[in-house]
Design a protein around this ligand. Structure first.
Ligand SMILES: [Zn+2]
Length: 202
């Protein structure tokens, strides 16, 4: 008896034989038209390059000041973690926790999980318990909100410009580039390709 790999449409649950991926093409569900797979050329290399570059920018974005305020000839700088700490000390701990989780913790976990999955594959090794890391990746992805942080900081810069001189720090540029690289890494990360290289059921 011939055995076929099966897959299910994530939209309408239609059970299908695993389709052959056309080079440069897209596979759609024959019933509802939802996109099942998209061809990502060199997805592992591209996703890994974006992830490692994003990790470097993540360090820069958290080590260097994000913004400085010039008052009476003095410029006071703060890092993102410094802003979280001030929020906490001022009694706004729910806001501090939200900023900490969505702009520091979740992007870091997302980058760590992607590096953990992609690096061993690139070195032709198998990571330990990739299923756990996949779960962590899908849990953390919706909670990473660096783009919201950038918009929030830009709004704050415009508002504060009326009362004090605002000096953008290195971290704000790093966060901007990090936002783009995170999006590029997520777009290049092809979980189907990763599972195929791990030799696990897809
Ligand atoms: Zn469907």
């Amino acid at each position: 008896m011939t055995r076929f790999a099966l897959t299910a449409c994530h939209e309408c649950d239609l059970l299908l034989r695993e389709p052959r991926m056309p080079r440069g093409g897209i596979v759609r569900c024959p019933r509802c038209g939802a996109e099942l797979y998209r061809y990502h050329p060199q997805s592992i290399d591209r996703a890994l390059a974006c992830t490692l570059a994003a990790l470097v920018l993540f360090v820069l974005a958290n080590v260097f000041p994000i913004i400085g305020l010039a008052l009476s000839g003095h410029v006071v700088y703060t890092t993102l973690y410094g802003a979280v700490r001030v929020l906490y000390l001022d009694g706004m701990w729910p806001m501090a926790a939200l900023v900490l989780v969505t702009t520091i913790l979740m992007p870091l976990l997302q980058l760590a999980a992607m590096s953990y999955l992609l690096l061993p594959i690139r070195l032709r090794r198998s990571p330990w318990r990739p299923d756990l890391l996949f779960r962590l990746l899908y849990l953390t992805k919706p909670w990473g909100m660096t783009e919201v942080l950038i918009i929030g900081v830009l709004v704050a810069v415009v508002k504060l410009a009326h009362i004090a001189g605002v000096v953008p720090g290195i971290a704000i540029w790093s966060f901007g580039a990090l936002m783009l690289l995170l999006a590029a890494a997520s777009a290049a990360f092809d979980s189907r390709d990763v599972w195929a290289r791990l030799g696990a059921p897809r």
